[in-house]
Design a protein around this ligand. Structure first.
Ligand SMILES: Nc1ncnc2c1ncn2[C@@H]1O[C@H](COP(=O)(O)OP(=O)(O)OP(=O)(O)O)[C@@H](O)[C@H]1O
Length: 264
């Protein structure tokens, strides 16, 4: 479908042409809270199978960006496409039907459900996307190495395992785009590599992953490309190792952990 749009003689808008080659794209996205510009004219895209790191100092606008992309907040201006569908006016639930899913910062499980019960529930979710492969809960527990935790109440599991179980549930919804808000926050070092493998699994199946993260080392290991936000604007796009050396990025992070964390 994407190639058809690019090759047809029909005139397409620049935003729609970019959208056709990307799993998710946004053009000139802005959001203010009163007089505060939390997001200013941000334009970017993530290709199918790509893991994009979204970096920036505290208060740069990263969570606002994910909120606006996922439809949890509506942008003041700008557009969001999932493949070539314009989802800008849609709610978060409606965007999920187009394959856009997100996770939240500090998403601890409080439900009295076992992992297996959570996955069974997720597998009952009606889904219209025809993108990534369909799995059964058992297959996903096997792939994610979670079988031995499946009978335990979620809130009794280590935080990193809870996060993996939640991602396994998302996988059952067959996402095309996955936006992760600080997936490694609060996760023990030993579980970071397991969680990273789960994220790579999504990408290997063609899911576009956007990852907001303060753990720069993990971003460098996982992401093909990063963007850096500062005061709501995109100040860098490119390779992670170039971002740490970029003088504009270094100035934005002045006084905050960034290059030091990478080199330390
Ligand atoms: N609902 C809101 N109402 C008013 N201001 C807000 C709201 N949400 C965010 N902000 C402000 O918008 C700016 C961007 O916040 P945001 O949480 O998106 O940044 P962030 O990069 O995710 O920060 P952190 O890394 O500290 O989580 C901040 O100045 C914040 O105080």
């Amino acid at each position: 479908m994407a190639i058809d749009i690019l090759m047809s003689n029909e005139k397409v808008s620049p935003a729609r042409a970019v959208a056709a080659a990307s799993a998710i794209s946004c053009a000139k996205l802005s959001k203010s809270f009163g007089g505060l510009h939390a997001l200013r004219d941000v334009t970017f895209q993530i290709a199918p199978g790509e893991i994009l790191g979204i970096l920036g100092p505290n208060g740069a606008g990263k969570t606002t960006f994910i909120n606006v992309l996922s439809g949890m907040l509506h942008a003041d201006s700008g557009t969001v496409h999932i493949y070539d569908d314009d989802v800008s006016a849609m709610s978060m639930a409606h965007r999920a039907r187009y394959g856009l899913f997100r996770t939240f910062q500090n998403s601890r499980s409080s439900e009295e459900l076992t992992g297996y019960e959570l996955l069974r529930l997720a597998s009952l979710t009606p889904n219209k996307t025809k993108s990534s492969k369909t799995y059964t809960p058992d297959e996903l527990l096997e792939i994610f190495g979670l079988k031995r935790f499946a009978g335990i109440i979620l809130s009794d599991l280590p935080y990193g395992i809870q996060k993996m179980m939640n991602l396994a549930a998302v996988a059952l919804c067959r996402p095309k785009v996955l936006l992760l808000d600080e997936p490694f926050q609060g996760v023990a070092e030993a579980e970071i590599e397991r969680l990273s493998k789960v994220i790579r699994h999504f990408a290997s199946e063609g899911v576009a992953v956007g990852l907001v993260e303060h753990n720069v080392r993990s971003v460098m290991r996982l992401c093909n490309r990063v963007i850096v936000l500062d005061a709501g604007a995109m100040i860098f796009e490119g390779r992670g190792e170039d971002a740490v050396r970029d003088p504009v990025v270094q100035t934005a992070y002045l006084g905050q952990r960034f290059a030091g964390e990478l080199n330390g």
